[in-house]
Write a protein that binds this ligand. Sequence first.
Ligand SMILES: Cc1ncc(COP(=O)(O)O)c(C=O)c1O
Length: 408
Amino acid sequence: MLDTNTIRKDFKILDQVVNDEPLVYLDNAATTQKPQAVLEVLRAYYETDNANVHRGVHTLAERATAAYEASREKARAFIKAKSTKEVLFTRGTTTGLNWVASFAKEVLQPGDQILISIMEHHSNVIPWQEACRATGAQLVYVYLKDGQLDMADLKAKLSEKTKFVSIAQASNVLGCLNPVKEIAGLAHQVGAYMVVDGAQSAPHMPIDVQDLDCDFFAFSGHKMLGPTGIGILYGKEEILNRMSPVEFGGEMIDFVYEQEANWKELPWKFEAGTPNIAGAIALGAALDYLDEIGMAEIHAHEQELVAYVLPKLQAIGGLTLYGPENPSQHTGVIAFNLDGVHPHDLATALDYEGLAVRAGHHCAQPLINHLGIHSAARASFYLYNSREDCDKLVQAILAAKEFFNGTL
Ligand SMILES: Cc1ncc(COP(=O)(O)O)c(C=O)c1O
């Protein structure tokens, strides 16, 4: 297990009392807290280096540009991409997936198919719905088996009609890991592009985009200790070269004439306008922090927490859990419902005990409908969570059960 006592010292926000109880932050799938190292980099950037990038020759502009591009290199190394040309700064996963769907609009023909799963986040649903609407392509869903992706269903639905397969590596509701490497192989066999939504995987486990052999991989900085408003879209260089920019303006051009313009080379052709410079630099600091602890160690830590807490939650009568039953197949995202209690009431009861969990549809309404529920509560762990936090979650759910059973 990681030494969470030491790690928590880097996160001042965690050291507070909420409703007279010490805060237990279990909403990491929504967003994560930021260590001092990230906050200090943000502050130092604005205090000493603030300037626009790629434009000035003065010292501050050169420093800002160097730090911005150094962060791109850190992101490249983090996901093991071949080249920084393949690493685009975005606003987050949503932007990345929208950019890929925009490329899809250029290549899809009526009758083509896009294969996604029923567990996808709205960010990996709606851009594809829009691409279908614009092109006459069809959106096809893979469903579930035993709380996980049904690979037989996926194989049955893949065909030469399939042009894009877009799947989350880790679900933000079910807490399952999807075999995206295997799926990429299958997608490529039928000539489809493989897109991976890495929002819930990149923060929690080692990523190697070359090994996965995906064509695109999108993730968000704020879910991995970085600031909001910054993320990465990885794309294979050869594909990005064929892909049109989605936004146009300053920064992304080479020459502009009265009636036309041409684009800068990769990766800058996709980065129109002044980017989120401070965010990109601070994301680099977050990646440094994660690297220092080790992504394999973070993954192992979360696996241990799940192995510890899942059986305790499974033992609570009236608590329905979603996703794989086997802790070894479960990520640190656990969604649940308590019989007869609305998840918002449950989350409010947990908040009274100092626990921050999320309740709602988790931006996955097709999945929630498919499960036959209206919403669910969700606890999600990260590197600063401990077994003690798990115990508090179990105790707080038991206390809520007692309270609501008394009032029902
Ligand atoms: C699986 C998944 N995909 C995409 C997103 C969207 O991320 P963002 O809002 O940072 O763009 C999320 C956010 O919760 C997510 O969990």
